[in-house]
Design a protein around this ligand. Structure first.
Ligand SMILES: O=C(O)CCC(=O)C(=O)O
Ligand SMILES: [Fe+2]
Length: 364
């Protein structure tokens, strides 16, 4: 199943037809972005008329317009100071030992045990803004908390979390304390969300550990990072920016916005922060790093909605896929046959492969 691909560019024939339909500022009778269900409306030509027809007030229209153009929004998520402090203190206690030494540099899914982390993830203000940005129901599905800067290399989250249809994913990064140039601020490339979406195949690697293959996408993540560094440093028309958020402020990045963590200049400084990753309803959710989506091999994700704890069905064009657990699935071009092949990717298979590689003389 070929992915819809931003490499089709602005002149792709389907996009041109859609644009021609409502190039003018008047709302056409028969077509509006919310009726083009499998493309986020911020990727379509968004007119004032279309946005007001969707019931957005002027400040929200401004956020949507900026997000469409630059791929991110800086917002006030309206989270109480008490909640921010409580999340920070819980993360502090898990990440530093009694002598003040850093023992963990990230907490994954802290929302399960830390009520304040969950509260940040389900912020009503964030949910309302995401509904406006995507015209679908946002699903917070994962939290990450960091006690210090990640110094993560530039990447797009589309390599870790993607959706089909593409683009229905975003990250919401909340500063739990002030961030400046010294404690490893986030950087992002404004406008980079319009660059191609890369998967491992694009750099000559398989995502899937298929029979006869010795490695899968995660083994080549370093190669992905090197490629992105080269690619992004040689792009015209996008601008690297560093973001110094104040405690309680948030940045929303769209699925393909390239971003990372700057170096920590002052090693004594902390940088408490929370990222909540969101999907949107009525999609297939998958991990591109472990998939070969171009030929229909998807490592599908069985996600739960942090708000309710309920599992969220994987849906292809309105049809629910009978997924039992996260794992590798092959999907026919019509999306109507689903064959779990998760054995190939199983923990024991990987363990056996690694042991074999280590024991076999002359092999890496
Ligand atoms: O916090 C950071 O420095 C980057 C985090 C990030 O890229 C992510 O969680 O997707
Ligand atoms: Fe990221």
């Amino acid at each position: 199943m070929p992915s819809r691909d931003s490499r089709n560019g602005p002149d792709h024939p389907i996009k041109s037809i859609v644009r021609a339909e409502y190039e003018s500022d008047t709302l056409p009778d028969n077509l509006e972005p919310t009726l083009v269900p499998n493309i986020p409306w911020t990727e379509l030509p968004l007119t004032e008329a279309v946005m007001s027809a969707a019931g957005l007030d002027a400040p929200m229209r401004e956020i949507v317009r900026h997000y469409a153009e630059c791929g991110y929004a800086i917002i006030d998520p309206e989270i109480s100071e008490a909640t921010i402090d409580s999340a920070m203190s819980a993360v502090h206690d898990l990440c530093f030992d009694k002598r003040g030494e850093l023992v963990r540099n990230r907490i994954t899914d802290g929302w399960k045990s830390i009520p304040a982390v969950r509260e940040i993830a389900i912020s009503q203000k964030v949910t309302a803004i995401l509904r406006a940005l995507y015209q679908r129901e946002p699903i917070p599905f994962q939290t990450l908390n960091f006690p210090v800067g990640t110094q993560q290399k530039t990447h797009s989250d589309t390599i870790h979390f993607s959706s089909f249809p593409p683009g229905f994913m975003c990250g919401v990064w909340v500063a739990l304390e002030d961030v400046d140039e010294a404690n490893g601020p986030l950087h992002y490339y404004s406008g980079s969300h319009r660059l191609p979406t890369f998967e491992m195949y694009d750099i000559g690697k398989s995502g899937v550990l298929a029979p006869g293959e010795e490695s899968h996408g995660a083994d080549h993540y370093g190669r992905y990072e090197e490629f992105i560094e080269y690619y992004i440093n040689n792009q015209q028309g996008i601008e690297r920016r560093e973001v110094h958020l104040k405690k309680g402020e948030a940045l929303i990045w769209s699925a393909n916005l390239f971003h990372g963590g700057n170096p920590i200049l002052d090693p004594r400084r902390t940088r408490f922060s929370q990222v909540t990753h969101f999907y949107f309803n009525d999609c297939m959710y998958y991990t591109p790093l472990l998939s070969d989506s171009y030929i229909g091999r998807f490592y599908l994700r069985d996600i739960a909605d942090i708000r309710s704890g309920a599992r969220v069905p994987n849906i292809f064009n309105g049809k629910s896929l009978p997924l039992k657990a996260s794992g590798l699935h092959t999907i026919s071009p019509l999306g109507d046959t689903l064959i779990p092949v998760s054995r190939e990717q199983s923990f024991f298979k990987r363990l056996a492969e690694t042991a074999y590689r280590m024991l076999k003389p002359g092999k890496r």
